[in-house]
Design a protein around this ligand. Structure first.
Ligand code: ARG
Length: 254
């Protein structure tokens, strides 16, 4: 072979390799693919431009920027997120997801970036005043959430039992069922609860808190490299005040 031909061949191989890293998708190191369930305002929701926005979307974008990656967001059912990240369909999950011991068996969690509180939404004229009054009531939850897990657990474990719980694909559907009097209350995280009560007349949030939780991003157990990088980025963003800035953009102090 002539030298020029060899050179051309080498060049072709190099260019191919470059192209492949540029278009490699999920695992290329260029794109950070985030899984979420975008029906959970103010953490993630679809805005009027049909884009997924919210606290988690902005935090993930800031993390991706620090890592020199481009963020891509995939919307899916909440109860399929753990499997999706575990199996590599997405690199990371940010979904107002609570750190739980059970989930830790399947995924790693980053440092926590926010806290959440499970609260109870009831009609303004409800006879439910405290969480003790939930016994014998129809409780609506989003399927697979901690609200679901707590409420459907056995009474001896602090829950109300399987039969007490009606599961919905997202919080908004549970709240619609509540407005339509199909259920007696909804147990869900406090900030989405506030948004849903604002958007629907005749509902209120009980003063009593159900459980206080930490939100963190979930990453596949096998991907410890990404876990370290994301933890580094979150620490920097916290130190820079960026996380607080993003949260206070969406959650106005009362
Ligand atoms: N914090 C709760 C949990 O982890 C609810 C999260 C729901 N998030 C969502 N994007 N729909 O179970």
């Amino acid at each position: 072979m002539k030298v020029s031909k060899v050179l051309a061949l080498v060049l072709a191989v190099v260019m191919c390799a470059m192209l492949c890293t540029a278009c490699g998708g999920t695992k290329s190191g260029e794109t950070l693919t985030m899984g979420t369930n975008a029906a959970f305002p103010p953490y993630e929701f679809v805005d009027e431009n049909n884009e997924i926005v919210g606290i988690d979307a902005e935090i993930a974008a800031a993390v991706a920027e620090k890592l020199g990656m481009t963020l891509e967001i995939k919307d899916m059912a909440f109860d399929s997120l753990i499997t999706a990240v575990d199996q590599g369909a997405v690199d990371i999950v940010l979904a107002g997801m609570t750190v739980t011991e059970e989930r830790k068996e399947s995924v790693n969690f980053t440092e926590s970036y926010a806290t959440g509180v499970q609260v109870v939404i009831v009609p303004v004229d409800s006879d439910i005043a405290t969480i003790d009054d939930l016994t014998g009531k129809k409780i609506g939850v989003q399927s697979g959430t901690t609200g679901d897990i707590y409420c459907s657990s056995a009474p001896e474990d602090g829950g109300y039992g399987e039969e007490a719980v009606s599961r919905y694909d997202n919080g908004a559907l549970a709240v619609t069922a509540l407005s339509n009097k199909q259920i007696d209350c909804v147990v869900i995280d406090n900030e989405p609860a506030k948004e849903f009560v604002k958007a629907n007349e005749g509902l209120k949030i009980l003063e009593t808190e159900f459980a206080v939780e930490d939100y963190a991003a979930a990453i596949a157990k096998s991907n410890t490299e990404l876990l370290e990088k994301v933890n580094g980025a979150i620490a920097e963003l916290k130190a820079e005040g960026k996380i607080d800035e993003i949260i206070s953009k969406y959650i106005k102090a009362e």
